[in-house]
Unconditional design. Structure first.
Length: 142
């Protein structure tokens, strides 16, 4: 009997360990997926930068004001930067880290006070990721 008990304890801890490994590799997949999304947005930004450059040059050559067109492209860049910011927050959430709202260093998500500056931290709900992915799906339907 005693042997059976300890055996079941061992198998339990083994399967716990295995599920941790699965969780970790899922996290890594999630993080690389999010990083890939950032790469795509960065490429879109590069295209917009080129477009702005062309507009500025055309405006210079033709002496036609293209302020509105340039403004629109800059607004697009701001939107893309916002998207990147959101994705970076998601990555932090998966990694279980956050940035101190005062000094900006990366700290554990459950830390109440910043070890660097002592600033009190707002509590972050650990299952935020569902909310984040919901908001991304909303964005896609727009
Ligand atoms: Zn701090």
């Amino acid at each position: 009997m005693a042997f059976k008990d300890s055996f079941s304890k061992i198998t339990k801890s083994l399967s716990d360990g295995a599920s941790n490994v699965v969780q970790k590799s899922n996290d890594l997949i999630e993080i690389s997926k999010l990083n890939a999304e950032i790469d795509i947005i960065e490429k879109k930004k590069e295209i917009i930068y080129l477009g702005i450059g062309k507009l500025v040059y055309n405006s210079y050559i033709t002496k036609v004001e293209l302020k509105e067109e340039i403004k629109n492209k800059c607004d697009d860049l701001i939107e893309y930067d916002e998207e990147i910011k959101k994705i970076r927050e998601q990555i932090f959430n998966v990694k279980k880290i956050k940035k101190c709202s005062n000094c900006g260093i990366k700290i554990d998500i459950d830390t109440s006070f910043c070890p660097n500056c002592g600033n009190k931290q707002e509590l972050v709900k650990s299952n935020n990721s569902a909310e984040f992915s919901d908001s991304i799906e909303d964005d896609d339907t727009l």
